[in-house]
Every structure is written in C-alpha cells, then in structure tokens.
Design a protein around this ligand. Structure first.
Ligand SMILES: Nc1ncnc2c1ncn2[C@@H]1O[C@H](COP(=O)(O)OP(=O)(O)OP(=O)(O)O)[C@@H](O)[C@H]1O
Length: 274
C-alpha cells in the first residue's frame, strides 16, 4: 500500500492493479495461505468451482459476491472447518481468529469469560485469562461495569464488540470475518471498522472479510475478490490507497466505480450495458 501520499487520491488513481494479472497470479510465492484448485459440492449442488486463492501476510482481503455463491463455504475451508472435495489448502498462518454475522456468545457466560473462551482452550491460567480479556474489553471500549454482564444484558453493538474481542484474544495472525457488522447501524459499523483497523495496523495481522457491502469492502480491504455463482472468482481488484486516506468521498466514489465493472455487475446479476 502506498502510505506516503498526503492528499486523498482520486478513486480512479487507486483502482490501478487490474484483475487480469491478479487472477492469473492467484497463488503468488510468499503467500501465507494458498488454496489450489478447491472444489466442493453439497449433494448434487456445486458450490465451489476450482478456486485458486492466496493471502499474503499482513494483507486485508474482502470477499464479495451474491448471496449463495459460496463465500462462507470458502471461508469454512480456510478455517479448517470443512474439508473440500478437491484441492489443496496450505496455511502457514499460526493463529486464526473468527467472527461471524451473529455474535454467537455463550449466554451462560459473562463478558470477560466469553472473550477468554479461546484462551481457556489453550490452557492459559484463570488470572492471565481475566487480565487479557479485560485488556481487550478496554480496547473495544467496553466499560468496566459491563465486564460481568451476560449477553442478554448487552446491546447488539456491545455484543459485536465482545465477539470481536473474543476473536482477537487468540492473538490471530489471520482474522476471518463473515459479515460481522451487517446487523449494526451505520454509526456502530463505523466504530467497528475503526477498532478492526486499529488492531490490524498495530499487530500487522491479515484479514479476510466477507461482506455484501461494497463500501465496507472498499473501506477496509487492500484487495477485493469478487465471486459469482457457482462459487468461482470472477474479478480481483487491488486498492493501493492508505487506510487513513479513505475518506467518505473516496469510499463512495471507489465503490461506485467498482459497481460499474462488468464482471462485478454480472456477478451480482445486475444489468450490463450492451
Ligand atoms: N451445510 C450445507 N449443506 C448443504 N448445502 C449448503 C450447506 N451450507 C451451504 N450450503 C449451500 O451452499 C451454497 C453456498 O452457501 P454459502 O453459505 O457458502 O454462500 P454465501 O455466498 O456465503 O451466501 P450468503 O452471502 O447468503 O451468506 C448455498 O446454495 C447454500 O444453500
């Protein structure tokens, strides 16, 4: 990413590295995650169709595409939750943190215990778990008064912050986010973007995020990967623009430009000009 520009660049300046080269070079040397020829069926339905995909250490990628095109299935393959029918997964990332559309907090555990869930599984002592969970809760801007509350006592936005803290508790070098903020209002969503970006910049971790929201993708990702049905990659776009420079004007304009790309329109089954 270019971090040296002082003025926000024009949207057109940022959409520079075009799809064809990136699509050809789908699994470059040095990638921390390499998927080669991944195909999968549920029964007779082909869900993933020979996907080659890679992520570099420190890279943020947004996976976009129409509902049902196989994005979550691909993420499950990456997370090791699903063994594909065909293809090879090579993952050099050491620690995965996952967050899903629903916070999926344990209702019988209070905030800090929910955050510390992954740490307990790793054998971290009770005191160390509490300490780490409290530090993350503070980072997520939860108040000390909330630490012993149960999920039903939290607002949706607070539950999302707890779920994000839980994903970060394992100190991930790859963060997998499946439509994590889609249920939040625009203000809370912006707040979560700020928290995620802050963490990624501090820790230099990689992020793969599924989203239906092209503006969210443009705001957070270094690379946008467009999938179409049945699960295949049809367009890849690199965004060479520092995060700090992605103001609202740039985000709107860049998302608008992407929505004019023919492969993206076809993927979403929008009308294309003849
Ligand atoms: N466990 C399953 N068993 C059978 N079919 C499944 C299963 N999981 C997903 N599918 C089907 O696979 C296809 C892809 O689903 P997937 O959830 O990966 O899509 P998606 O792109 O993430 O969709 P959305 O954006 O709506 O979340 C869909 O047709 C879905 O019905």
């Amino acid at each position: 990413m270019n971090t040296h520009q002082s003025m926000p660049p024009e949207a057109g300046d940022c959409i520079t590295r075009h799809d064809a080269a990136l699509l050809r070079d789908a699994v470059p040397d040095g990638a921390g995650l390499r998927l080669r020829g991944i195909s999968h069926r549920y029964g007779l339905t082909e869900v993933l169709q020979h996907i080659d995909f890679a992520m570099m250490p420190g890279e943020s990628v947004a996976l976009v595409g129409p509902s049902g095109c196989g994005k979550s299935t691909l993420m499950h393959v990456i997370a090791g939750l699903l063994v594909p029918d065909q293809g090879k997964v090579e993952n050099d990332f050491l620690s995965l943190g996952c967050m899903f559309q629903q916070p999926r907090l344990l209702p019988w555990r209070a905030v800090l215990d929910n955050i510390a869930l992954g740490l307990r599984a790793r054998g971290v002592s009770f005191e160390a778990r509490r300490r780490l969970a409290a530090a993350l809760a503070a980072r997520m801007e939860l108040s000390v008064n909330d630490y012993d509350k149960y999920p039903h006592e939290l607002s949706g936005g607070m539950q999302s912050r707890v779920a994000l803290a839980r994903a970060l508790a394992v100190d991930p070098d790859l963060l997998l986010l499946d439509e994590p903020f889609s249920a939040l209002d625009v203000g809370l969503r912006a707040e979560m973007h700020r928290l995620v970006r802050g963490y990624i910049e501090d820790r230099h971790c990689s992020m793969l995020m599924i989203t239906h929201d092209m503006m969210e993708a443009v705001r957070l990702a270094d690379r946008i990967v467009m999938m179409a049905t049945p699960g295949r990659i049809v367009h890849v776009q690199r965004l060479d623009c520092a995060w700090a420079q992605r103001d609202d004007v740039w985000v709107h304009r860049t998302a608008g430009e992407l929505m004019q790309v023919e492969a993206v329109r076809r993927g979403f089954e929008l009308e294309c000009e003849a």
